[in-house]
Write a protein that binds this ligand. Sequence first.
Ligand SMILES: [Zn+2]
Ligand SMILES: [Zn+2]
Length: 310
Amino acid sequence: MAFVWVIILSVGLIQGVFIISSLQTLFPRGSRKKCLFRVLKGLQITPVLFIFASAIWFFFVVILPIEVANTYLSLKSICYTFIASYLWLNMVFNYLAAMIVSPGYPETRQELEEDTDIHLDSLKFCSKCSRVRDRGTHHCSSCSTCVLLMSHHCPFTNNCVGLNNFAYFFLFLMQCSFGLVFAAYSTYQPFLSCMMYYKSALYTADVCKELGDYAVMFLVVTFVLLFMFIMLSFHTFLLIVDISMIDFLKLCQKLTFKEWVKDVFIERGLQKKKVLLRKLLLFRREKWWKFLVPAFNEIPELLPPDQFLV
Ligand SMILES: [Zn+2]
Ligand SMILES: [Zn+2]
């Protein structure tokens, strides 16, 4: 029964994230001034942190001792421990980096006025935050500021996703999907044996009794994996057609289905120059293998800003 309550609590917390996020969008000014809303904003990251902690506890305390009889000595246990720890560390690092690293903000009018070499007349400024409005820059009502190459405001990291932290966000989605595939692989056997009554040498009646409600974990993992996979596919698609999430939403209202197929899927999908892919992801590390380990972005200045977008 305790496990059912844990699931209900998790779903409640995740719903809470969306409710808080909606309140901030509906009441952007009032929300930032009140302490209560600041606390609630902090609470937005708790569901994901809770899931991280539960995942590593569940693997090492519940699954590993059953899967591997002599837990810390066999080759299987070493492989399991290495894969789980590697994916978990990458996932947590990229999540925290997406949350902490600033997405990148354009300069304000006041900052530029101090620099006498720049002609302010040739620049466009945001009427709400007085920052420079280049192509790809958007104003976030939750953060009350313009963000460079803004993708979206992520309620789970409580931060905007833009030029400087998109790589972490995308790597988090990728590592999280890999981690969930591994979690599904580790939990499908107990689910089949204890819930569907398939015969297994490992998951006997006694082990299933000890495992109890935890045997249903495979369904929870599959559900989260499906959600993550949809998110990862969607953001990969946006990188392939070279459109930010905000521009995608604008195009949804503007284009017909036929125009979508011709202008977006075929023309933009097949064009070789993928500016967002290069600026947000590929040029963020000097060596390709640094995408596979927890590492901070290395190259801050990338391509010139005005060659792209719809
Ligand atoms: Zn602005
Ligand atoms: Zn934001």
